[in-house]
Ligand binder design. Structure first.
Ligand SMILES: Nc1ncnc2c1ncn2[C@@H]1O[C@H](COP(=O)(O)OP(=O)(O)OP(=O)(O)O)[C@@H](O)[C@H]1O
Ligand SMILES: [Mg+2]
Length: 235
């Protein structure tokens, strides 16, 4: 069974110039152990896809199943607990808590899901991402790339089964990009699901499977509609 199953997702935002169709009948299945990149241009709906896939934004149409559970079928409280246990998010804008230092930002998800080794794991993750020397600084004192690494450490704290990463290397130099992409690959190799969205072809290349997206659709799906399958060949 797939860890992440998305079927026919549709999402329309209302904007000042009329409705914006951000997701337009998008379907995909991701199995445990897979590292999938969705690559597409700015505005094609990548962030909207991650938010809906992760139980943060209820789609207008279609279904999301995470390990068989529809997050939108849960009460808001249960959905929050489910997300804290199952999903790590790396947001495009990081969403770090401005008045907490690096340690407390990484530790924050343990408030939703307490664990005995949370502080030890926090320090391990901070070290893994080369942030030990900055551990007592608040986000405004960090470079953008450092903030991004803190966001990834935070996403990993609760040992989620699925990582959703929105342009996780968008602000990193090549050494730090390799660290982050290597961590995502390792997470998948250990049986997790990684869904990364990016406009960058090179970043997408780090994934085991690459899916192109445009105008709220996966291009694979568009192709499947345009080109009917070949008839079976005789013999
Ligand atoms: N809250 C919102 N209200 C209205 N329109 C929105 C909202 N959020 C996104 N949109 C629009 O929906 C479309 C998809 O947005 P989304 O943020 O998912 O794209 P994206 O692929 O992540 O882009 P980028 O690569 O620039 O981050 C865009 O046209 C965007 O302007
Ligand atoms: Mg985006």
């Amino acid at each position: 069974m797939s860890m992440l199953g998305i079927r026919n997702l549709g999402k329309t935002y209302s904007g000042p110039d009329g409705p914006v169709r951000a997701l337009d009948g998008l379907s995909m299945q991701v199995s445990a152990g897979e590292f999938v990149a969705v690559q597409g241009p700015s505005g094609c709906g990548k962030t909207t896809l991650l938010l809906t896939a992760g139980g943060l934004l209820d789609p207008d149409d279609g279904d999301v199943a995470i390990d068989g559970t529809n997050p939108y079928g849960l009460s808001p409280e249960k959905r929050a607990c489910f997300r804290a246990a199952e999903i790590g998010f790396v947001f495009q804008q990081f969403h770090l808590i401005p008045y907490l230092n690096v340690i407390d930002n990484v530790l924050a998800p343990s408030l939703a899901l307490p664990s005995r080794d949370a502080l030890e794991r926090t320090m391990e993750l901070i070290e893994r991402f080369g942030m030990t020397g900055r551990a007592h600084h608040v986000p405004s004192e960090l470079s953008t790339g450092e903030r991004q690494r803190v966001a990834l450490a935070r996403a990993l704290l609760n040992r989620p089964r699925m990582l959703l990463a929105d342009e996780p290397t968008g602000n990193l130099d090549s050494v730090n990009s390799q660290t982050v992409l290597g961590s995502l690959a390792e997470f998948a190799a250990e049986g997790g699901v990684v869904l990364l969205v990016t406009h960058d072809v090179e970043t997408a290349g780090a994934a085991g499977r690459i899916v192109q997206m445009d105008s709220g659709k996966l291009l694979d799906d568009v192709k499947a509609v345009r080109e009917p399958p070949l008839p079976p060949t005789a013999g």
